[in-house]
Ligand binder design. Structure first.
Ligand SMILES: Cc1ncc(COP(=O)(O)O)c(C=O)c1O
Length: 304
């Protein structure tokens, strides 16, 4: 279903562990240790995974020992400049940034990055932990750009809430016995849950549903004039306003019982509904958002 035929699978227990192993594998493979990541990236909270996460608050001195450089998204010149020093093991990037605020690389950037990585012998790691498993309207978000990463990391929706993570490893990277390992990775319960998710995705045509409901959302959100821009793809969307969404989110949850997400951009409402959400449920959300925005507007008027 993922259309990733030429990959081997290593199973672990969480997203951070998947990225930890991906980074370690890239370092083994290249014999180098420096990593390129992107501004506002989030890749998890363990040692190397948090070091490539652009948030000093969650990096302890221990994590800061890793050699990492953060570059702006969509800047191929700065990427090539870093790669040309020939000391880089891997470039790690999210298919679509989640915690960072739904920004993403352009097709030109993803393709250029892959080409540069191949040229300089650097592994490209696609973190699809949040953007994978159909969320973007394709199985993996990088498939919108028609590239083949060297390593793809997966977790989150993979077993519908049951803890499991994994790495898809290009078969150009040869497996060696005992290089990666974990006690619980690939346990029977996690595998049964992960296989059930794939069955349900197929039986309920969930990727088709993502595309259908996403178009409906994008049409309906146009009715809300306070919205500046909608970022992301499929059902991984960010709705931007010119004010902080903190009060909006509170009112949505307490008054309307609708849970939305925040991000490192305070003005962005993060929308990640279940892949089975219906257009009618999106209508409920849009109507609630209108009511809440009106309430906030009335409050502002009273204060003035
Ligand atoms: C893009 C991305 N990578 C990695 C992780 C870490 O996954 P986990 O919380 O399973 O360790 C997350 C979690 O939010 C994520 O969004």
């Amino acid at each position: 279903m993922s259309q990733c035929e030429n990959y081997d699978l290593f199973l672990c227990n969480s997203g951070a562990e998947a990225n930890e192993n991906a980074l370690k594998l890239a370092s083994f493979e290249t014999g180098k240790s420096k990593i390129i990541a992107f501004e506002r990236a989030f890749h998890g909270r363990t040692s190397a995974a948090v070091s490539v996460t652009d948030n000093p608050k969650i990096n302890a001195p221990l994590n800061k020992q890793h050699e990492v450089v953060f570059l702006p998204l969509n800047d191929l010149d700065s990427l090539e400049k870093e790669l040309s020093a020939n000391d880089i093991a891997a470039v790690i990037i999210e298919g679509i940034q989640g915690v960072g605020g739904l920004d993403q690389g352009s097709t030109e950037f993803f393709r250029g990055m892959k080409k540069l990585c191949t040229e300089y012998g650097v592994l490209l790691i696609l973190d699809e932990i949040q953007s994978g498993y159909g969320r973007s309207g394709k199985f993996f978000a990088f498939q919108h750009h028609d590239i083949q990463p060297d390593i793809i990391t997966i977790a989150k929706g993979m077993a519908n809430g049951f803890p499991v993570g994994g790495l898809l490893i290009s078969d150009k990277i040869k497996a060696s016995y005992g290089l990666l390992g974990t006690t619980f990775g690939g346990n029977h319960l996690a595998c049964a849950a992960a296989l059930s998710v794939l069955d349900v995705m197929e039986e309920e045509s969930l990727i088709e549903n993502v595309n259908k409901v996403s178009s409906h959302f994008l049409n309906r959100i146009k009715e809300i004039e306070e919205v500046l821009i909608v970022k992301g793809k499929g059902l991984m969307l960010g709705v931007a306003f010119d004010f902080s969404v903190s009060e909006l989110r509170k009112s949505l949850i307490f008054d309307e019982h609708i849970f939305t997400g925040g991000s490192s951009n305070p003005n962005l409402l993060r929308i990640l509904p279940p892949l089975s959400v219906t257009p009618e449920q999106i209508d409920v959300f849009i109507d609630a958002l209108k009511r809440v925005l009106e309430k906030i507007d009335n409050k502002k008027k009273q204060l003035n």
